[in-house]
Design a binder for this molecule. Structure first.
Ligand code: DHB
Length: 394
């Protein structure tokens, strides 16, 4: 068994793990990042596409991604569509902030390139099996390398940035699943297609047939989703049926159709781990919490966790001050539960539950009207969607 040493062992080379290693390196703190996946897989998995303003500021101001500002597209509003009419939520006017459409896998490509150019130690194809000695001063990640050989990494801090099926979580909460949990009786059917955009901004549509989201990727590729049964087989729909499903959920807009080259079903879950830290092991991103996709909070919340944790690790590892690490969970949870609420709220307001009664449907339209007809309602949505400021992390 080989034992290696570093200051911070980071399990997971997703946005949270890579950004953390980037910020730590800028403070002169070494880390090793492991991920069971290959670089190729990480860079090509399709995920959400919306970055909050604060996420863009962190990525661009720290040199983590220069392309977000040149290749990403700023959006100053979204449309909520229901009962046959569209209602624009004007972020710029309401909160003076915006979001950027820049897909997560592009963020990952940028982060991996920047880290490797800086000589970072990123181990692809290395699987963490468990974390030992979480409560001690030298916690260890016990792993298996790409050749199947055992490997141990001993560190001053271990960070679980290893996603919703986190292995590190068990060392923090005592079990793989320990957390607050909610499931939803629907999922999203996502497609990527070759077509020009169908609208200038994203459309979130509540229709009697269920929810649809008309998102975008570029001038020639679009991303769209519609509410479906979580058990549906993605291959069971013909392209024609997919267009029919999408089209009937956005009455008033004629979608530009084109070849569909990717399809997937996204499950909906809300989850927050019972604990985010134990001793010298901390969780960030999906390892700590999962949100349903409506409102695109997942990666943004991971970035916010990293900002809080990185500050705490700097205080600990450069100045020997443990106080910020002691506060990590409480500070991060403040934003996490606000984002949990927002993601749940957008989901419940826009989807049609399979068992919805007439009362439920009419109440939902009343809720949507309460939001779009009130400046306070629109402003709350705009604040949450564009992201509460990271500074102070309230
Ligand atoms: C996208 C995904 C979301 O969950 C969302 O709320 C907006 C956009 C996307 O993948 O484009």
């Amino acid at each position: 068994m080989t034992t290696e040493r570093t200051r911070v062992a980071i399990v997971g080379a997703g946005p949270a793990g890579l950004l953390l290693s980037h910020l730590l390196a800028q403070a002169g703190i070494d880390s090793i990042v492991l991920d069971s996946r290959s670089r190729e897989e990480i860079e090509h998995t399709i995920r959400a596409g919306i970055l909050e303003q604060g996420t863009v500021e962190i990525l661009s101001s720290t040199g983590a991604s220069d392309r977000v500002l040149t290749e990403g597209n700023r959006h100053d509003g979204i449309e909520l569509r229901f009962a046959g009419a569209g209602h624009r939520i004007d972020f710029a006017e309401l909160v003076g902030r915006g979001v950027w459409l820049y897909p997560q896998h592009e963020v990952l490509r940028d982060l991996i390139a920047v880290r490797l150019a800086a000589g970072a130690d990123i181990r692809f194809g290395v699987t963490a099996d468990r974390v030992e000695d979480a409560a001690g001063d030298r916690p260890r990640v016990v792993a298996t390398d790409a050749a199947g050989e055992p490997l141990e990494i001993e560190a001053e801090i271990v960070v679980g940035a290893d996603g919703s099926r986190s292995v590190v979580r068990a060392a923090v909460t005592g079990s793989q699943t320990g957390g607050y949990f909610r499931e939803y009786p629907f999922a999203w059917f996502g497609i990527l297609c070759e077509a020009p955009p169908s609208a200038d901004e994203l459309i979130y549509s509540n229709s009697p047939d269920g929810f649809a989201l008309i998102s975008q990727r570029s001038a020639t590729v679009q991303r769209m989703y519609f509410q479906c049964d979580p058990e549906v087989d993605p291959e069971s729909y013909s392209e024609e049926q997919l267009w029919e499903e999408l089209q009937k959920r956005v009455p008033g807009t004629t979608l530009n159709e084109g070849p569909i080259f990717q399809r997937d079903v996204l499950r909906f879950r809300s989850f927050v781990a019972h604990e985010l830290r134990r001793g010298r092991v901390a969780l960030v991103g999906d390892a700590a919490h999962t949100v349903p996709p409506t409102g695109a909070k997942g990666m943004n919340l991971a970035v916010a966790d990293v900002v809080v944790l990185e500050r705490a690790l700097r205080a600990l590892l450069l100045e020997g001050d443990e106080r910020l690490l002691d506060d990590y969970a409480e500070t991060a949870l403040h934003r996490i539960w606000k984002a949990q609420h927002f993601s749940w709220w957008m989901t419940s307001m826009l989807h049609v539950a399979p068992d919805a009664s007439d009362f439920d449907r009419l109440r939902q339209l009343g809720e949507l009207r309460s939001v779009v007809e009130s400046e306070a309602g629109r402003r709350y949505l705009a604040e949450a969607y564009t992201g509460w400021p990271l500074e102070g992390l309230a």
